[in-house]
Design a binder for this molecule. Structure first.
Ligand code: FE2
Length: 416
C-alpha cells in the first residue's frame, strides 16, 4: 500500500464493510484532533468522577474530558459544577491539587479568583492603582468565565458534556446498557477504596476494542481461562447498544474442571493443574441482581465500568495524543460492606490494574498493537470474526461484531 502524500492526505475507508480498519484511525494526529473536537467535546456524556469523591460543599477533584483538564466541584447548594481548568486570563491550569476543599479557586499566576461553580469572582487591581492601569470600564467579570460544562449524575456517577442540549443519560445509554449500569450501581452508596493511574502507549480506542473483543479474553489470559472466569463455552454475551458506541462484555463464571478437552486444546493459556496459593482470590460472593459474575461495560467515550466478581472499579480514559492515553482507576465498594468484604474487594482487585493478573496482559497487548502500526505503517486491521452478525450484540465470544459496530458509530461521529 502506498503511503499517503502529506500534501493531499486521504482518509479513505478500505472497502464497503467494516471488516478492515486502517492504521490512520489509530496513529494520525489530525484524526486525533478531530476526535477531541467531535467526540470528547461533542455530543457525548463523559465520565468525570464519583459523587463520593466530593461529598461536601467546597470539595473538588481534577478530572478530564478527553485530554482537556476540568475541575469537578461541589457548590454551596450541593450541586455539582464542571468547568475547564484554564484561567481565562493567561490560560494557566489554575487548580493545582488533585483533590481538596476550598472556598474559591485562585489562579497562582495573577490570583484571578473563581467561585465553586467556576464563575470569575475577582480580578486583582481591576481598577488599577491610584487611577492608573487596571481593566477598562467595560470589563465584565461574567463575560470571562472558563467554559462550563453540562452535568448529570446517576447512582453516584458524574458525567459532563460540552453539549448543553444533550439527551438524558438514560437515553444516551439506551435500556440494555442502562440495565447493566444499574446492576453494578445498584443504589447503595459508593465508598472509594483507592485510586491509581498509569499511561499506556497505545491509541485510546484500542482499550474500548479490547473490551469489545471477547475472542482475546479466551486466548490471552491464563488467569481468566485457567480459573474459569471467562472461557470459550461459558455462558456469555457481548452486548452492544443499537448505536454501537457502548457495550458490555458479560460472562458467568464456570467450573474449570467442566471445560471440554477440545476447547482446552485451542487455548494455550489454559494451564492444567495450576493452583492458587490463596484460593480466596477467586471467591465470588453473590451480591448483584444479575446473571453475570463478570461484566465490563464500555461507555462511550471515556468510561469503563468493571464488575469482576466482587472487585469494582472505574477506568477513565484520558487520551494525550493518538499514540498514548492515561488510565485513571477508581476502585470502590459500598456503604455497609463488612471489613471482610472490603479486604476481599481489595484482594480481588489484584486481578486488574497496571500489574494485575490479567490487566497486565491487556496493557502489553495494546502496546504491541501500537508498535506494530508505528513500525510497519500503512496497513489495516482485520476484524472479520462472526460474519453472521455484521454489527452489534453477539452471543458467542468468538466474534468481532461489537468492534465493527463501534467503528460504524465512530465514522458517523467523525463524518469520515
Ligand atoms: Fe483482556
Amino acid at each position: 500500500m502506498d503511503l499517503p502524500n502529506d500534501l493531499s492526505r486521504q482518509y479513505v475507508w478500505p472497502g464497503e464493510d467494516f471488516t478492515r480498519i486502517p492504521d490512520w484511525v489509530y496513529t494520525d494526529q489530525w484524526v486525533y484532533e478531530r476526535e477531541v473536537q467531535r467526540i470528547f467535546h461533542g455530543r457525548t456524556w463523559n465520565y468525570v468522577g464519583l459523587e463520593a469523591e466530593i461529598p461536601n460543599a467546597g470539595d473538588f477533584i481534577r478530572s478530564n474530558v478527553g485530554p482537556t483538564p476540568v475541575v469537578v466541584s461541589r457548590a454551596e447548594d450541593g450541586s455539582i459544577a464542571v468547568f475547564e481548568n484554564r484561567c481565562t486570563h493567561r490560560a494557566a491550569e489554575f487548580c493545582r491539587e488533585l483533590t481538596g476543599n476550598v472556598k474559591a479557586f485562585v489562579c497562582p499566576y495573577h490570583q484571578w479568583t473563581y467561585d465553586l461553580r467556576g464563575n470569575l469572582q475577582a480580578v486583582p487591581f481591576r481598577r488599577g492603582v491610584q487611577g492608573q492601569g487596571g481593566m477598562g470600564a467595560d470589563f465584565k467579570l461574567s463575560e470571562h468565565n472558563p467554559r462550563q460544562l453540562a452535568v448529570t449524575t446517576h447512582r453516584g456517577v458524574i458525567f459532563a458534556s460540552y453539549a448543553h442540549d444533550m439527551e438524558s443519560l438514560a437515553d444516551y445509554l439506551g435500556p440494555d446498557i442502562l440495565r447493566e449500569f444499574e446492576a453494578t450501581f445498584d443504589g447503595r452508596t459508593l465508598v472509594i477504596l483507592g485510586h491509581y493511574r498509569h499511561s499506556l502507549p497505545g491509541n485510546w480506542k484500542l482499550y474500548h476494542e479490547n473490551l469489545k473483543d471477547p475472542y482475546h479474553a479466551t486466548l490471552l489470559h491464563t488467569f481468566l481461562v485457567t480459573f474459569g472466569l471467562l472461557v470459550a463455552g461459558n455462558k456469555s454475551l457481548m452486548l452492544a447498544d443499537p448505536s454501537g458506541r457502548h457495550g458490555v462484555m458479560c460472562s458467568a463464571k464456570s467450573d474449570a474442571s467442566k471445560i471440554a478437552a477440545e476447547d482446552k486444546a485451542e487455548m494455550r493459556a489454559f494451564k492444567e493443574g495450576m493452583r492458587l496459593a490463596d484460593p480466596r482470590m477467586m471467591d465470588f460472593v453473590p451480591e448483584f441482581d444479575s446473571p453475570w459474575s463478570v461484566t465490563m461495560a464500555t461507555i462511550w467515550p471515556n468510561l469503563i465500568v468493571q464488575r469482576e466478581m466482587n472487585t469494582l472499579g472505574i477506568r477513565q480514559l484520558i487520551p494525550t495524543g493518538p499514540n498514548e492515553f492515561i488510565m485513571k482507576w477508581t476502585m470502590f465498594g459500598f456503604e455497609g460492606d463488612t471489613e471482610d468484604m472490603t479486604r476481599h474487594r481489595l484482594r480481588q482487585g489484584n486481578l486488574m490494574g497496571p500489574a494485575g493478573f490479567l490487566g497486565l496482559e491487556d496493557n502489553e497487548a495494546i502496546k504491541f498493537v501500537q508498535d506494530g502500526m508505528l513500525r510497519v505503517p500503512g496497513g489495516e486491521h482485520l476484524v472479520k470474526l462472526d460474519p453472521g452478525t455484521p454489527f452489534g450484540t453477539s452471543e458467542t465470544l468468538i466474534s468481532e461484531s461489537a468492534i465493527r459496530a463501534m467503528y460504524r458509530h465512530w465514522r458517523e461521529a467523525m463524518a469520515l
